[in-house]
Design a protein around this ligand. Sequence first.
Ligand SMILES: C[S@@+](CC[C@H](N)C(=O)[O-])C[C@H]1O[C@@H](n2cnc3c(N)ncnc32)[C@H](O)[C@@H]1O
Length: 248
Amino acid sequence: MISTVELIRRRLSFAKPLLEAIFSLEARLSERWTAAAHRRLFLAQWGLHPLPEFFEHKIGLYWSWEATNAPHWVERGIFSLLAMKPGCKALELCCGDGFNAHYFYRARVGSMVSVDFDPKAIAYANKHFRAPNIRYELADIRTNMPDGVFDNVVWDAAIEHFTETEITELMSSIKRRLTPEGILSGFTIVERLDGKKSLSHHEYEFKSKDDLARFLEPHFNNVNVFETVYPDRHNLYFWASDGAIPFR
Ligand SMILES: C[S@@+](CC[C@H](N)C(=O)[O-])C[C@H]1O[C@@H](n2cnc3c(N)ncnc32)[C@H](O)[C@@H]1O
């Protein structure tokens, strides 16, 4: 006895080549239109002043990944995910648009508090990347870092937005909020060879892996700073903990 659904599938099989051709054309046309729309959005956001402090990663997903042949923007989500155990309690600092929380961390965390001091970022995250286990909150982490004890703290693409003194103080605040085995993970960039800042909002850009490690090592027994290098960008990633870190 075959089900009704199976019966319909069999009856419609004769139309498969036609349906495939129509939907494939629709998919290709909408892909081009979506890419062009996101390119225009990028030009408006980053071509005109004032420049935003966070990037809408849907622009990466739908346009710049392909247009600039640059896969590095998804690395940070994967590397921080590697440091998270299923069901963990996590805190994300300087979450920006919420893309990483939504596309990477929500699949693994039990709960995550993602904070940013830009009301636009939090409004965007709540509108586009809502998830039952993620809570977006407005907070300046220098004065108002959420209280609690967390298995993971994620600090992606933001440590360079603080001065050296602030980074030192923030490291102590982060350490106080981690469980004994908790892991801090994140991403930043190495400063450009010509010494110019990559973004006007940056306070301190790191010179090298060692330059970043010097902020982590006073607080954590196990520190791994590693890099990926692309023609247009030199990325630094970090895992730091008193417990185990990935691949050790
Ligand atoms: C380049 S974005 C990174 C966003 C996101 N983490 C990512 O990986 O794409 C830097 C973010 O840091 C936030 N930020 C800068 N200073 C902050 C502070 N004192 N407290 C909270 N957020 C801050 C900015 O608003 C911005 O959203």
